[in-house]
Design a protein around this ligand. Structure first.
Ligand code: HEM
Length: 385
């Protein structure tokens, strides 16, 4: 894409004609320019349809009330509420419990390995389960329900085309029903966690509608889960591939922050953001856009733009500066980036130090990649130790 230019006409399942925006400058500028680009088609003006027309399943329309698909001022109203709830707890406070959850899963992997004598799949046994455990606890959802989220999330592996897209609806319906139930339980008997805080914020000042509350809960659950799974899986694979750098990292904790940033840049766990729309006709980086044109911000391309990153295809845990945009940019910039980095830090430290003689049980070239659109992660990572 980068070789073809900063903005390229293409086709996209379900969306039809789109512009793929790939250079670091063009992606960054588009995500930050609230005047010329919008998220919600309804923001294009009077008579414009919203994200999903009225004949689409209700669960999809409910999700469209989530802040990730909204523009100002609604986006701001919603984001402030979660930001406040996040700000009430510090990562330092959460860290011991997060470490405990990592320890529990590592212990289970150890036992499974000992019992079966077989390799263990790091993706299924750790990278998927750890972020669910963290986000479920943050939201205050019952521990017994965790495995259900994993099953639903699998269904989110969107296949191309309308049929693939519609296959997603039943799972979405189940998630919605489950979270509506949990919200009601939090109303009846407040319990620790973000969900109760959001419910209380709703009843205090009528600042969230019921659908917005459900959409927020779904967004937090899924934005905070699969993305971090991908970061942990991709990171472990790159560290297996670059053993010299892995050994350096284990011996020098001060490299952890730059190593995580490099994993984010090099693997872009979220390959592109939700689509944007041109709010007016314009010439953008040489492309003649019409009002309403759909644009995709390809973070994975921007993160290897050679005009910004020296030797972009080289993995280098000491890379500085590293202005990657793996967490997006502008008003929708990731809300959970600090938490995601903490989860990655705890995982890399613990997995390499607790599992002695940790090895990948297959060659890195044999790793199968997830077919899921828009994300990059190994389907499985068999390990032995
Ligand atoms: C938004 C990436 C982890 C919550 C985003 C966006 C990206 C992103 C690229 C912008 C999407 C867009 O503009 O369409 C990632 C990556 C993660 C991660 C790579 C892990 C490695 C998390 C975690 C949480 C979270 C742990 C929650 C605790 C959110 C939310 C938004 C968001 C709520 C929407 C923000 C808004 O619309 O204002 N994330 N994320 N993310 N992320 Fe993350």
């Amino acid at each position: 894409l980068l070789e073809q230019g900063p903005i390229v006409r293409s086709k996209f399942p379900f969306l039809g004609n789109v512009w793929m925006v790939s250079s670091h400058a063009a992606v960054n500028e588009m995500l930050k320019d609230r005047k010329r680009f919008v998220r919600d088609p309804a923001s294009l003006g009077k008579g414009q349809r919203g994200y999903f027309p009225f004949w689409m399943p209700r669960s999809l329309r409910v999700m469209a009330s989530g802040m990730i698909l909204r523009d100002e001022p609604d986006h701001r109203r919603l984001r402030i509420l979660v930001e406040q709830a996040f700000a009430r707890r510090s990562l330092e406070q959460m860290q011991p419990r997060i470490e405990e959850m990592a320890d529990e899963l590592i212990q289970e992997m150890r036992e499974k390995h000992r019992r079966t004598g077989q390799s263990v799949d790091l993706m299924a046994e750790y990278a998927q389960r750890f972020p669910i455990a963290v986000i479920a606890e943050l939201l205050g959802l019952p521990e017994a329900d965790r495995s259900r989220f994993g099953n639903w999330a699998e269904k989110f592996a969107i296949e191309p085309g309308l049929i693939g897209f519609l296959k997603l609806v039943p799972s979405l319906g189940k998630i919605e029903k489950y979270l509506r139930g949990q919200i009601q339980l939090c109303r009846d008997a407040p319990r620790p966690g973000l969900l109760t805080e959001l419910v209380q914020a709703e009843s205090d000042g009528q600042r969230l509608t019921e659908d917005e509350l459900v959409a927020m809960a779904v967004l937090l659950l899924f934005a905070g889960f699969l993305t971090t799974t991908h970061l942990i899986g991709n990171g472990m694979l790159e560290l297996f591939r670059h053993r010299d750098q892995q050994e350096r990292l284990l011996g020098d904790d001060s490299l952890m922050e730059s190593a995580i940033n490099e994993i984010l840049r090099y693997t872009s766990p979220v390959q592109f953001t939700k689509p944007m729309r041109a709010a007016e006709a314009m010439n953008y980086y040489g492309a003649e856009l019409e009002k309403g044109d759909v644009l995709m911000a390809v973070l994975a391309a921007a993160n290897v733009d050679p005009t910004v990153f020296v030797n972009p295809d080289r993995f280098d845990i000491t890379r500085k500066p590293n202005p990657h945009i793996a967490f997006g940019a502008g008003i929708h910039v990731c809300l959970g980036m600090k938490l995601a980095k903490l989860e990655a830090r705890v995982s890399f430290q613990k997995l390499w130090s607790e599992l002695k003689n940790l090895e990948l049980a297959i060659t890195p070239e044999d790793v199968q990649w997830s077919k899921q659109k828009g994300v990059r992660r190994p389907q499985a990572l068999p390990i032995q130790f």
